[in-house]
Ligand binder design. Sequence first.
Ligand SMILES: [Zn+2]
Length: 154
Amino acid sequence: MDHAGGVNQVFGGENHTGKPQRPLWDAIKRGMLGKCPHCGKGRLFRAYTKTVERCEVCNEEIYHHRADDLPAYLVITVVGHIVLTMFLAAEILTNWSSWQHLSIWVPLTLIMSLALLQPAKGAVIGLQWANYMHGFGGEHDGLETHPEITESAR
Ligand SMILES: [Zn+2]
């Protein structure tokens, strides 16, 4: 990545002059750890995948995020590949019955999915914040295409 360039090109092709480049990978890492993408100190989530309105340490507004279904798709892709690979390996290396397979892979899939959903959502929020996407750029981000999004759903 070229940090030395004079132009800060951000997602969407717009040239947001005057805005400092935000550290993408730091923001994603902080989000994965459940921390504010800006300061890395404040909490990002107030419950499992419910985000805080704003960071309690640096006051960064978090509610702008529009992670939507992307974290779930990421988790499905990652967990699907891991479980499928392990299942095929076990199928080749063991003589397990169908019930033995089911009793291992179904709970493992559930546990991994639940464990990865919050880090995945944090990573997506970090990515959106670092790229000034949606309301993170300071501009109003209309919600008319998402009428289901309400205060309680954030
Ligand atoms: Zn913060």
